[in-house]
Design a protein around this ligand. Sequence first.
Ligand SMILES: Nc1ncnc2c1ncn2[C@@H]1O[C@H](COP(=O)(O)OP(=O)(O)OP(=O)(O)O)[C@@H](O)[C@H]1O
Length: 260
Amino acid sequence: MATIELKDIQKTYGKTEAVKHLNLTISEGELFGFLGPNGAGKTTTIKMMTGLLEPTEGTVEICGFDMWKKPMEAKRNIAYLPDQPNLYPKLTGWEFLRFIASVYQVNEDDFLERAEKYLHMFHLTDSAEDLLESYSHGMKQKIALVGALVHDPKVIFLDEPTVGLDPGSARKLKELLRELCDQGTTVFMSTHILEIAENMCDRVGIITNGSLLALGTMEELRAQGGNDKATLEDIFLELTAGEDSAELIRSLESEDVNGK
Ligand SMILES: Nc1ncnc2c1ncn2[C@@H]1O[C@H](COP(=O)(O)OP(=O)(O)OP(=O)(O)O)[C@@H](O)[C@H]1O
């Protein structure tokens, strides 16, 4: 069953076409890695998928619900962990988690079970009574992650989830995401860490300049590139190098013109 369905979505900011006619279907239980160079359109795509940004054209469906026609039903099924979570500084960790649980109407027993489990997993139990303003960057990332998990979402969107985490927490997160997917949760994750995508994800999509250039399992991507030994880094650099070279040539050309 498809839990995420993007049909021909497009986003333009003024003259910039940030995302161009993107079609993508992600299945239940899939761990999907979304890659691309800086400015490729990853965050714009995730914001459209999570209902934070309305597509200029096209539709987003989450668990069969159109994000803009049935926003409550669609949003009830998702959690979004941005790369820089914006937390209320004057709440304690527990108060923040309770707030999320109340928004999603999680019952008390489920809330306590999940909150205690994930606070313990990420070594936050002893800090849970402290104000969020006293948390380090990594602790903020982790409490935001616990917040994303307390309502047991069917689909989780994560933007660069391991950035800022210590190696032990990053490993726990990776293991947890795999475990959640094996139990049927869908994870859509953007990352610049190719090793994570290569080793963890069921499928990978590479976006450049607003268009999806490659999509598939590692085996499929290697077959498309005609090199069965290629790493994801090889594939990524090969697909995106053209863009960089084109950019370099354009900038040299304009310098040339301006210089004359
Ligand atoms: N609010 C905005 N107004 C105008 N242009 C924007 C806006 N947000 C993004 N863009 C442009 O849209 C394009 C895609 O940006 P986006 O943030 O989606 O890229 P990204 O792949 O997430 O990049 P990064 O890896 O650097 O985070 C870029 O050209 C960017 O300059």
